[in-house]
Design a binder for this molecule. Structure first.
Ligand code: SF4
Length: 397
């Protein structure tokens, strides 16, 4: 067993593979406008998978403890009826335990909660136990939203966020995208002007990633000038960091900003390369240095998790076993995404060696290039390093 294996597991991710349509940049495994039976199959499969995970985790060297984070991601989790979310939370509580202070997050699209007649859904998610909601806002420009194939308007996004506040969610987050075709700096400023007026305590801002075979991929092949160039994208990132800072958000991860105490505890588990369980089609868990991905097919996944011959870690899974060397790289590369960087103490406790023994010459070179800062506490990216984070990560592989 590698050093990284010795971890308590207190996080569970549940993948919801359904959406109301398909956005023009997305290649995730997701079923657009699924039949109601598909939702029932998904719920039943998740309940099977959770009870197997809980029952057999011990046999696989997984140290389970009450969950501190439970995260419904997708896809569009707000697409499934709240009663299904409620029954999964109830089951997870019974099987794993839920810490009294746990973060229970639901990703939601404004199309699910942006209208007066949808407000009751927010109350039902709250009653189910969800205390953190993360809206896929992406932009507050109706022109850009329509061009991206999103199915909501800026007014619906604002309505959903305000309604979530009234419904009593402890934390309300939203995602934004930069680099959309036709997006200008004025568009970004206008989006931030509107965002500033909303009761949000967490923001994620991702640069558009154009996936092969999507409508945006075709558009880029035909007309690359439709997309902001690298310089404009970088300027947008700088503007985001500067304006969100002035609004009181702490920049705590390359793409994430939070008011004090509102960081995403679930996502911190990923960036710290800690272990977590995952359930659902195409979901990937990371346990004791082993990453296991479920098949990206509702039918294949369901068959695997309900087959009496199969255990929780063998049903059609793709396994990637990290050796200690690979685990050290994960700790360093993921940890550098955090503004606090990688702590010497934590690295030593996790891997039984100092990070300079493993990455010394490469870190020194990055320091000479002005991309990382090394001190007695650890190593972190500099402001310049943020612009070259991909290069810094590649040079540590
Ligand atoms: S809502 Fe999210 S998961 Fe669904 S198609 Fe759009 S980007 Fe993809």
């Amino acid at each position: 067993m590698i050093y990284a294996a010795r971890q308590e597991v207190t996080s569970l991710y549940i993948h919801v593979p359904f959406c109301g349509g398909r956005c023009h940049y997305c290649d995730f495994y997701t079923l657009a406008s699924p039949a109601p039976e598909s939702l029932e199959i998904w719920q039943e499969g998740i309940l099977h998978e959770l009870s197997r995970l809980a029952g057999e985790a011990d046999d696989n060297g997984v140290l389970l403890a009450p969950l501190q984070t439970l995260y419904f991601g997708g896809g569009t989790p707000s697409f499934v009826p709240p009663r299904m979310i409620a029954s999964i939370i109830r089951n997870a509580r019974g099987l794993f335990g839920l810490d009294g202070d746990s973060d229970i997050t639901l990703e939601a699209n404004p199309e699910s909660a942006g209208k007066e007649e949808q407000k009751h859904l927010l109350d039902q998610w709250r009653e189910a136990g969800v205390n953190r909601i993360s809206f896929g806002v992406q932009s507050m420009s109706d022109r850009l939203l329509a061009a991206a194939g999103r199915r909501h308007t800026a007014a619906e996004a604002a309505f959903a966020v305000r309604a979530a506040k009234r419904a009593g969610f402890k934390h309300i987050a939203c995602d934004l995208i930069t680099g959309l075709p036709g997006q200008s700096m004025a568009d970004l400023d206008d989006t931030l002007d509107q965002i500033e007026k909303l009761p949000l305590d967490h923001l994620s801002a991702y640069a558009l990633s154009v996936e092969e075979g999507t409508p945006f991929d075709l558009l880029r092949r035909k007309n690359p000038q439709a997309f902001p160039d690298d310089d404009l994208e970088r300027e947008m990132t700088h503007r985001l960091i500067e304006r969100l800072g002035r609004m009181g958000f702490i920049h705590y991860e390359i793409s994430n900003f939070a008011r004090e105490g509102a960081e995403s505890r679930h996502n911190l588990v990923y960036w710290k390369a800690d272990s977590y369980l995952a359930a659902g089609p195409s979901a990937a868990s990371y346990l004791g240095g082993i990453r296991r991905s479920q098949p990206a097919s509702l039918a294949d996944w369901y068959q695997g998790v309900t087959d009496p011959e199969e255990g929780p870690f063998s049903a059609g899974l793709i396994e990637e076993r990290l050796d200690e060397k690979a685990a050290r790289i994960e700790t360093m590369v993921l940890g550098l995404r955090l503004m606090e960087g990688v702590s010497r103490r934590r690295f030593f406790e996790r891997h039984g060696t100092g990070f300079e023994d493993v990455f010394g010459s490469r870190l020194n070179r990055l320091q000479e290039e002005g991309l990382v800062h090394l001190d007695e506490g650890g190593v972190r990216l500099t402001a310049r390093g943020l612009d070259f984070a991909d290069y810094a990560a590649r040079s540590l592989l």
